[in-house]
Design a protein around this ligand. Structure first.
Ligand code: MN
Length: 230
């Protein structure tokens, strides 16, 4: 059948060692490091919760390059959130944490860019977060490292610098819900598909960036992700 308008281009994230990962959905976990939960005004181990970004919000940045994203419309408080991203290679629903690893394809470094002022307005009014979270270029990502190369990542520093100044610092071992537990919860609510990405939450130290600033995220074993705000 003939298409009646232009089909969306597939969203592809290159894989270290060759090939490309086709993005299906982008799931994000809210408040998954204790200190960040506290800085957002919460405490304790509340059940994990999720939001989504459309696949075409993903912006790939190659290793050793500085990617660029536009400062978005409507905000005066554009926040960085550095996150470990898990790429799903094998789909499923009702996945138990103990079986989660066989659904992984690999890992990447990602940024869950946020229009914090809009997100906060929506929170106050009990409205959906979409306008604060799911906008163009809001999900920069580095190359995907296959699990076969990295092994399971359960500890190690995750940091973000802005113009060379350390802003966010955490350790993967500080995740409130680890990746396997996250997959258990997520796959109870949605059917995971090959091509899904999961942004697993950000450590403390989120803050605003302005035009011209360069963010540099690092996770041990995954290199770095460098993005300039245009
Ligand atoms: Mn986040």
């Amino acid at each position: 059948m003939e298409l009646v308008c232009a089909a969306p281009a597939p969203v592809l994230v290159p894989v270290v060692g060759g090939g490309a990962f086709p993005v299906h959905r982008v799931y994000c976990v809210g408040r998954n490091y204790a200190e960040h939960a506290q800085e957002m005004g919460h405490t304790g181990r509340e059940p994990p919760f999720f939001f989504l970004k459309p696949a075409d919000t993903v912006v790939f940045v190659a290793d050793g390059q500085t990617g660029e994203i536009d400062y978005p419309t409507l905000t005066t408080n554009f926040h960085h959130e550095i996150e470990l991203v898990v790429a799903i290679g094998v789909g499923g629903s009702g996945i138990r944490a103990a079986d989660a690893l066989r659904h992984f394809y690999g890992y990447a470094i990602g940024l869950d860019m946020t229009r914090r002022d809009l997100q906060n307005d929506m929170k106050k009014q009990g409205r959906p977060w979409c306008i604060g979270k799911a906008f163009e270029q809001s999900a920069p990502i580095g190359p995907i490292h296959p699990l076969a190369r990295t092994g399971e990542l359960t500890r190690g520093p995750i940091t973000l610098q802005v113009d060379g100044q350390l802003k966010q610092k955490g350790d993967l071992s500080d995740l409130i819900w680890n990746v396997a537990e996250t997959i258990e919860h997520l796959s109870a609510a949605w059917v995971l598909q090959p091509g899904d990405l999961i942004y697993t939450g950000t450590p403390a130290g989120v803050g605003a960036v302005t035009r011209g600033q360069v963010m540099e995220g690092r996770i041990e074993g995954l290199g770095e992700l460098r993005v300039r705000v245009r």
